[in-house]
Ligand binder design. Structure first.
Ligand SMILES: CC(C)[C@H](C(=O)O)[C@@H](O)C(=O)O
Ligand code: SF4
Length: 441
């Protein structure tokens, strides 16, 4: 058989039906569900009198609307409450055995809990009515975000209509310079290829720098494939992946798992397989990055300055930069480290896993949040929160003046009470910086 990429192997193994000129029908191994994009999908099933075809392959949780204050306080916002209540009802009515409501010890951001609990596994096809489903590809699976009508289709049939994407390799050569994290890798990539650089493609991240990342770091990279315009992101499973899976509560165990691992070793892209596009970035060219504007590719090293709009090549870019500076309240050539911030948000499916909290706590330990800044940490899941508390990280944050919250999406999109006031500037670990969004990084 001809040499194939990892994506092609997973795709080939899941095609149910192909017809020329039509999207393919692919089988879905894992369907993740949250309260925002599922209510209408369940309504559709109810109207058609159809059951959920594979409740055993469906995992649901409440994350976007959940308040991050103490769980004993009731939800004030009626729209949030209605979406959460709808998922409670739908999970009960359609018999979903794996539903984690906001009080569950397995609750959390859907992209944090899937891998952490051991539902997301190498070789699978994973879908969710959510753009950052790309996160799961870090384990070596094809994970793609879908819309609400597709959520209904998957609930009803366990299949998805999907046009076969093209493949793109992004190789980061050499080890990462010190101080450069997974977030810097992906911001550096997006800064280079732009927010449309991956359009129509599945990105496979390769190279020494990627191999050297922990699973949590790999998820950060794959998470923001969407900000590069890609359909999905993926990383070949290796010993780091297998070690991670061995300690997941709901992953296969013992001999069954070891047999699976042998199978998963065959998923990596074959030598000689070709990608439709390849981008090579030397790791030495990466540094700690932040965004200064209103698109994820408006990126500079943190030691640098806000760019001058006049320095951009096209009129469109110049105008976009001018608008971004105005929105952000920044001046051209201002040093990034001189920018005043009002808030800090550590959280979201980009950077709220245990490695992220450990890294932040190691910097924060012994320091104080400025009296002018309100800072909060929102762990990605109840399990991450528990683990952090077992390690005493919560105390490090609290001693420094951070608020220590309950898990959820929180300020990342502000469907819950965690929002900025107009004009406030926030340093955020989230994945987007759009106008009207809630965060700056
Ligand atoms: C609510 C949901 C549809 C949305 C998404 O798909 O991305 C959200 O997760 C986000 O990040 O804005
Ligand atoms: S944390 Fe943010 S990006 Fe991630 S799923 Fe929630 S709202 Fe979307």
């Amino acid at each position: 058989m001809a040499a194939r990429t990892m994506f092609e192997k997973i795709w080939d193994a899941h095609v149910v039906h192909e017809e020329s000129g039509q999207p393919s029908l692919i089988y879905v191994d894992l369907h993740l569900v949250h309260e925002v994009t599922s209510p209408q999908a369940f309504d559709g099933l109810r109207l058609a009198g159809r059951p959920v075809r594979r409740p055993d392959l469906t995992v649901a949780t409440a994350d976007h609307n959940t308040p991050t204050w103490e769980l004993t306080r009731p939800i004030e916002d009626q729209i949030s409450k209605a979406q959460l209540d709808a998922l409670d009802r739908n999970a009960a009515e359609f018999g979903l055995p794996y539903y984690y409501d906001r009080f569950s010890e397995n609750q959390g951001i859907v992209h944090v809990i899937g891998p952490d609990l051991g539902y997301t596994l190498p070789g699978k096809t994973v879908v969710c009515g959510d753009s950052h489903t790309s996160t799961h590809g870090a384990l070596g699976c094809f994970a793609v975000g879908i819309g609400t009508s597709e959520v209904e289709h998957v609930l009803a049939t366990q299949t998805l209509r999907q046009t076969k994407p093209q493949t793109m390799e992004i190789r980061i050569d050499g080890p990462l310079p010190s101080g450069v994290s997974a977030k810097d890798v992906i911001l550096g990539i997006i800064g280079r290829i732009g927010v449309n650089g991956g359009t129509g493609h599945v990105i496979e991240y390769t190279g020494e720098a990627i191999r050297g990342l922990s699973m949590d770091g790999r998820m950060t990279v794959c998470n923001m494939s969407i900000e590069a315009g890609a359909r999905a992101g993926m990383i070949a499973p290796d010993e780091t992946t297998f070690e991670y899976v061995r300690t997941r509560p709901y992953a296969p165990k013992g001999a069954e798992l070891e047999a699976k691992i042998e199978e998963w070793r065959g998923l990596a892209t074959d030598p000689g397989a070709t990608y439709d596009k390849t981008v090579i970035i030397p790791a030495v060219e990466l540094s700690p990055f932040v965004t200064w504007g209103t698109k994820p590719d408006m990126v500079v090293p943190v030691t640098d300055r806000v760019p001058d709009p006049a320095s951009f090549g096209s009129t469109a870019e110049q105008e976009a930069a001018e608008r971004a500076l105005e929105y952000m309240g920044l001046e051209a050539n201002q040093a990034i480290q001189d920018i005043k911030i009002d808030r800090v948000f550590l959280g979201a499916c980009t950077n709220a896993r245990i490695d992220d909290l450990r890294a932040a706590a190691s910097v924060i330990k012994g320091r104080q949040v400025s009296a002018d800044v309100y800072a909060m940490v929102v762990p990605g899941s109840a399990r991450v929160k528990m683990q952090a508390e077992a390690e005493g990280l919560d105390q490090v944050f609290i001693d420094a003046g951070f608020d220590w919250r309950v898990a959820g999406c929180s300020m990342c999109l502000g469907m819950n009470p965690d929002i900025l006031e107009p004009g406030q500037r926030c340093a955020s670990t989230s994945n987007r910086n759009f106008e009207g969004g809630r965060q700056a990084r």
